[in-house]
Design a protein around this ligand. Structure first.
Ligand code: C2O
Ligand code: CU
Length: 473
């Protein structure tokens, strides 16, 4: 059982300036929730904000009613208590608001948090797994601050916050450190590596551990995507996680306006003079069930037709665009027909990429994914299986995760049925009323301060404590 209290508060990101923000159980962001496969979770989400919102469990396989999409609004003053049984492999998920037309604003103000799942398989692996010690959350967000410290709007921000901390550093005391990277930004894509270009092991993506680790020096992340990497450090050294110029696949001019020229230092890592030894990253990580492409019941084709439409249609809460059958495997082919970068996210399921940008998936798309970047003119072909939850009236969503596009209407809904329905059939849904370059990081702020605010974890039996450092309004 978890308790999340959505509240307004005041944060101090920049020296001497305060910023009005939103958070869960604190002023900015929310606690990291931990649960294990097999746990039955119940989350009491209380909305003390002055307006309706929702909380969506991004990446989670759950009944549509518990999904927290726009069809489950939480009125001001109300508590929403979804419950479901966690039944998926160890992974880094996250939660964030998903109200119709207000998602970008609510996330930007600060409502987001991590939701970590573990399982016996993951626990048995000798990977760094001490949260806050050698297993570190890295929530990446860009912001634009006005002179008075308040949050400005705009598509892209020029200042980076990591876990709600500006210009952060972290002290590490082990040879190997695992970073759970989440791009929780509105529209900015990152290409994450280290300032000295050292290689690291990519061990997990959106839906969990990879079969084998990949030795890389960059991992790209469009909004909503996660990656877990393990990096090695030498005693006493300092090096920073940096986002290099992301390959958006766009032409020169749009790329400039979409952040394609931008580089940011994200988080400075300060290694202790003596480092505790870590076990080597195992050569085999997880063993997942394999989906059989030949067994796919159908191939669905979906086009991103503008920043505000999928298949030429804007989101309509009363329309269901795709109806899938529980117990079937499908191939989806999604093409970006526009001139700028979008991405594609599906609720409830994880998928396996069969082809991307005209070729086989690169290592960072080799594992389970729920969100995938789609450069202009490019397509993705993936395989997914719909299982367990049939609900003909409450739909799940699929959409572009650039939050503004999501708000503008580039999303559609799908509902699962236990029996096949003729394609194209429509049902009413139950809408219950209700400077590009940041200065080379000097790492002025200790990141650990933040963990008072986000670390609160633990599952089921205990409820979450209020974070210490947060100043609630
Ligand atoms: Cu992360 Cu439909 O959302
Ligand atoms: Cu988009």
């Amino acid at each position: 059982m978890f308790d999340l209290r959505l509240q307004a508060g005041t944060s101090r990101f920049l020296p001497g300036r305060t910023t009005s923000t939103w958070g869960a159980n604190g002023a900015y962001l929310g606690p990291t929730l931990h649960a294990s496969r097999g746990d039955k979770v119940r989350i009491n989400v209380t909305n003390t904000l002055g307006e309706a919102t929702t909380i969506h469990w991004h990446g989670m396989h759950l009944p549509a009613r518990a999904d927290g999409g726009p069809h489950q609004p939480i009125a001001p003053g109300a508590t929403w208590s979804p419950t479901w049984t966690i039944d998926q492999p160890a992974a880094t998920f996250w939660y964030h608001p998903h109200p119709h037309g207000e998602t970008e604003d609510h996330v930007y103000r600060g409502l987001s948090g991590l939701f970590l799942i573990d399982d016996p398989q993951g626990r048995a692996l000798p990977l760094p797994k001490r949260y806050g010690v050698d297993d570190l959350p890295v929530i990446i967000q860009d912001k634009r601050f006005r002179a008075d410290g308040s949050l400005g709007g705009g598509k892209l921000g020029t200042d980076i916050l990591i876990n709600g901390t500006y210009d952060p550093h972290v002290d590490v005391g082990t040879q190997l450190v695992r970073f759970r990277l989440l791009n929780a930004s509105s529209a900015r894509s990152y290409d994450v590596g280290f300032t000295d270009d050292r290689a690291f092991d990519l061990i997990a993506t959106d839906g969990g551990l990879l079969d084998v680790p990949y030795h890389l020096n960059r991992v790209p992340l469009s909004p909503g995507e996660r990656a877990e990497i393990v990096a090695a450090f030498e005693p006493g050294e300092r090096v920073a996680l940096r986002s290099f110029q992301p390959d958006l696949g766009e032409n020169f001019l749009p790329a400039r306006f979409d952040g394609g020229d931008d580089t940011f230092d994200l988080l400075q890592v300060r290694a202790a003079g003596r480092l505790r030894g870590s076990a080597a990253v195992p050569a085999r990580l997880a063993h997942h069930d394999v989906l059989n492409e030949a067994g796919a019941a159908t191939t669905r084709r979906i086009r991103i037709t503008s920043s505000s439409s999928i298949d030429g249609k804007s989101m309509d809460m009363g329309r269901i665009d795709q109806v899938v059958t529980v117990g079937t495997t499908e191939i989806w082919e999604v093409r970006n027909q526009t001139g700028s970068l979008h991405n594609f996210h599906v609720h409830d399921v994880q998928f396996k990429v069969l082809a991307w940008r005209g070729g086989p998936p690169p290592p960072y798309l080799a594992g389970w994914k729920d969100t995938v970047a789609l450069p202009p003119g490019q397509s993705v072909r993936f395989l997914t299986r719909f299982s367990d939850y049939a609900d003909p009236s409450t739909p799940y969503m699929f959409h572009c995760h650039l939050l503004r596009h999501e708000d503008e209407g580039s999303w559609a809904s799908s509902s699962s049925c236990s029996r096949p329905r003729p394609p194209g059939s429509r049902r009413r849904t139950s809408t219950r009323a209700d400077p590009p370059w940041s200065p080379s990081s000097c790492g002025g702020a200790r990141l650990d301060a933040l963990w008072g605010g986000t670390q609160e974890s633990e599952t089921i039996s205990g409820s979450l404590q209020r974070p210490d450092g947060a100043e609630a309004a």
